[in-house]
Design a protein around this ligand. Structure first.
Ligand code: MTE
Ligand code: HPA
Ligand code: MOS
Length: 749
């Protein structure tokens, strides 16, 4: 089935937040933000701004009737700064006017006097000053202390990896309309309608039943709208409550880039120990996560870094520790992979360090340590249905890696200006929210008596194709045409208490609930047909009833009408909660993931050793989709995730100066992959596997895992540099921008 949004997207007919028809009298809201990263606010002068033409009001912290608090995990984040600011871009006031232009004029007239305080932007510095979001956490397996003495080789090092701007094409935005009795409806470009509902209620001081959140679709979220879509929705809701008028906000790109958090930069220290046959016996890693000025989702992101600290490798003795460090940057947040990529980057850096020191290929170490059936990871989960070796070997064989290696070696021996580099990137990614409590979902299905069907789930469509997969479930269960089914917006009145669409689990969780609802309705409809076709096996397909595999005269439409006239319920609401998962934080042990996703990618890059620029010749992937329910959509997720991961590793460089000002604050200074920088060839092969019972229709979650193939891009470039400048002592510090590549090409050893 092609993506059900494809036609409307191409024609520009799809409705995003800013396309919603505005009600007459709609006002505009503009957040007014801090221009210093850490300060006490001595005074705010709004007088001249309030007199500006078109300005209706300017709201400050004191205008909040409920709590001035939007922290999701910890209550440490005010909606509006009150007395002090902790990062540049923190919102101090909300300007409301008849047009956005008037608001921008007024913003220039607000005068804030600050008493500036010291600014910290570096996570290690924050840790030294004990500026932590929460106490550190540590995962432990085996006994590293005694393992070191059994190692033949031990290496230590450091790796650094920068953040990443989400760059969803649709910026943050929300539109609030007051309803009667103090209730309110807010359209929000959010991955988490319930999170928005909860915070609107909390800040406005009203119960959740007075708040309706509606989300049609997002022009991308990538984690950036899991928690950080909330403040803007709360702001327009607050203004609407004050003014009894509809209020809208749709952010400009530079405002969005400046005010919102990004992927977390991490710095890590590692120590890795191996035996003579290249088995990794021990690994210790300490991660310093740059959380920014408030917790946001950092504790959960840090947890996933620890879960993925050994990537796809079995290491019997592990200590993985992490600090969530509080700095004066916008709070960093969820981003595709959710801390997993940073955990994997550090272990890959450690393996490369060991390989280079020993004069072997990193691939030899990677291959010798891939996880197998029954292996225990540092958090106690025993792996089953493991496909790591299968994916690796299939990849090597199907793409003929041996010839590729020879071809590259030959190329490098014959060329001086251009050098090629290869890298192999295996992945192993856990599927489920790491917080067990969040792994549940609901679906609501109505069959109308004309035979048409409408579906609501807690899942949000953000371009990943969720709605198409939901539609497939309905169509396949009922045996009806897609034109009979409509997937409705995600709405908190129809489906309540939802988890955000995140953790790649959107299709699994909502799809399983939807399948349960559809199956319950199917049973009821079959019972109605059974009255006519007694003792026969009833099936529904091609919009017809089949009895004992023979097509009857009874159509889907007539069957539904018959059920209705017999007063059979044609509505079903189902609830699904992932079985088998559990986790004990006091022991840091458990079985947090329903299953893992595996795969292997081979990167080939050519570096221009005169310019420091590079081109990716190919990325060859073997990926474990289980039994993909929609190969076209899933291949799209692999391509998009891969390229997004490669961007993070190569071109995309977030720069804050030491005063916490975002220097890479627009698309002129922040470079993302474009059609010229994507690999010339991307091959994707589906690994033949059984799939997993806990995956929807055995079709494994696909949203985040492929991003981590991108890590190989960094190490492929490094290998090309090594071919040019073999003795250079290179740091590991992503992204590998052309500037950094050039410096490393000519770095003295
Ligand atoms: N694909 C598109 N086109 N747009 C997105 O915003 N988000 C990614 C991934 N793929 C995203 C995407 C992230 S971060 C997640 S967690 C998953 O989609 C969420 O959707 P799923 O759970 O349905 O896979
Ligand atoms: N992944 C993504 N988003 C999340 C998670 C997770 O594990 N936990 C809470 N939000
Ligand atoms: Mo994705 S980072 O879990 O929204």
């Amino acid at each position: 089935m092609i993506n059900i949004d494809a036609h409307n997207h191409v024609k520009g007919k799809s409705i995003y937040l800013d396309d919603i028809q505005e009600i007459h009298g709609t006002l505009y809201a503009l957040p007014f933000d801090a221009t210093v990263a850490h300060a006490k606010i001595k005074s705010i002068d709004l007088e001249s701004a309030l007199k500006t033409k078109g300005i209706v009001t300017i709201l400050k912290a004191k205008d909040i009737p409920g709590q001035n608090q939007i922290g999701g995990i910890f209550p440490d984040e005010p909606l509006l700064a009150d007395g002090e600011v902790h990062f540049r871009g923190q919102v101090i006031a909300i300007i409301v006017g008849t047009t956005e232009h008037h608001c921008r004029v007024a913003a220039k007239r607000i005068k804030v006097v600050y008493d500036e305080l010291p600014v910290i932007t570096d996570p290690r510095e924050a840790q030294k000053q004990n500026q932590l979001i929460m106490p550190p956490r540590q995962f432990r397996l085996g006994d590293t202390t005694s393992a070191w003495s059994q190692c033949d080789y031990i290496f230590e090092g450091r790796s650094d990896v920068n953040g990443q701007e989400h760059l969803y094409i649709e910026t943050q935005g929300a539109y609030a309309r007051p309803k009667e009795d103090g209730s309110i409806i807010v359209s929000s470009s959010t991955q988490g309608p319930t999170a928005v509902q909860r915070m609107v209620a909390q800040v406005l001081g009203i119960p959740m039943h007075k708040v309706e959140i509606d989300t049609v679709r997002l022009g991308g979220g990538f984690g950036g709208k899991e928690d950080q879509a909330t403040p803007w929705a709360v702001m327009v809701a607050l203004a609407a409550q004050h003014l009894h008028k509809p209020v809208k906000m749709s952010m400009h790109r530079m405002d969005d880039m400046r005010m919102t958090g990004k992927r977390h930069p991490y710095s890590a220290d590692f120590k890795i120990g191996l035996t003579k046959d290249l088995k990794i016996l021990a690994y210790e890693v300490t991660h310093y996560q740059n959380a920014g000025a408030a917790a946001d989702l950092s504790p959960a992101v840090m947890e996933r870094t620890l879960f993925h600290s050994t990537n796809a490798y079995y290491i019997p003795n592990v200590i993985a520790k992490a600090y969530s460090c509080k700095t004066n940057l916008p709070p960093n947040t969820a981003f595709r992979g959710f801390g997993g990529p940073q955990g994997k980057f550090a272990i890959e850096a450690a393996i490369v360090k060991a390989a280079e020191s020993l004069g072997v290929s990193p691939a030899e170490i990677q291959k010798a340590n891939l996880v197998k059936e029954g292996d225990e990871l540092s958090y106690g989960q025993i792996l089953t249905q493991v496909e790591a070796q299968n994916a690796w070997e299939t990849c090597m064989k199907n793409y003929d890696y041996e010839s590729q290696k020879q071809r590259v070696a030959e190329f490098n021996s014959k060329n001086t200006r251009f050098k090629k580099g290869l890298a192999i990137q295996p992945i192993c990614f856990g599927i489920s929210f790491t917080n067990t409590m969040m792994n549940h979902a609901r679906a609501l299905v109505h069959i109308y008596h004309d035979g048409s069907v409408v579906v609501s789930t807690g899942g949000v469509e953000m371009g990943q194709g969720l709605n198409t997969k939901m539609l497939q479930i309905v169509v396949e269960t009922f045996g009806i045409n897609a034109s009979k089914v409509r997937i409705e917006s995600t709405n908190t009145l129809r489906v309540a208490n939802t988890s955000p669409t995140a953790a790649s689990a959107g299709a699994d969780l909502n799809g399983k609930a939807l399948q349960m609802a559809c199956n319950a309705l199917l049973e009821r409809l079959k019972a109605v047909a059974q009255k006519e076709f007694t003792d026969q096996i009833i099936e529904l397909k091609d919009e017809m009833v089949f009895a004992n595999e023979v097509k009857t005269e009874l159509t889907w439409k007539d069957l539904v009408l018959r059920a209705f006239t017999q007063r059979v319920a044609l509505t079903e609401n189902a609830h699904y909660a992932t079985p088998t998962i559990h986790y004990d934080k006091t022991k840091e042990k458990g079985h947090p993931f329903a299953y893992h996703v595996y795969g292997t990618a081979i990167h080939e890059v050519t570096v221009d050793c005169l310019k420091g620029t590079y081109d990716f010749d190919s990325v060859n992937i073997v990926h474990d989709f289980g039994k993909s329910m929609n190969p076209t959509i899933d291949n799209g997720q692999i391509e998009g995730g891969l390229v997004q991961g490669m961007g993070w590793m190569t071109l995309e460089e977030i720069i804050y100066n030491d005063q916490g000002r975002l220097v890479s604050n627009a698309l002129s200074t922040y470079k993302v992959p474009d059609i010229y920088s994507v690999p010339k060839v991307i091959n994707i092969q589906h690994l033949e596997t059984e799939g997993h019972e806990l995956a929807i229709k055995k079709s494994k979650a696909v949203g985040e895992p492929p991003l981590m193939y991108g890590i190989g891009a960094y190490f492929a470039i490094r290998n090309a540099i090594k071919a040019f400048n073999p003795n250079a002592d290179l740091a590991v510090n992503a992204p590998y921008t052309p500037e950094k590549v050039l410096m490393d090409l000519y770095k003295k050893s």
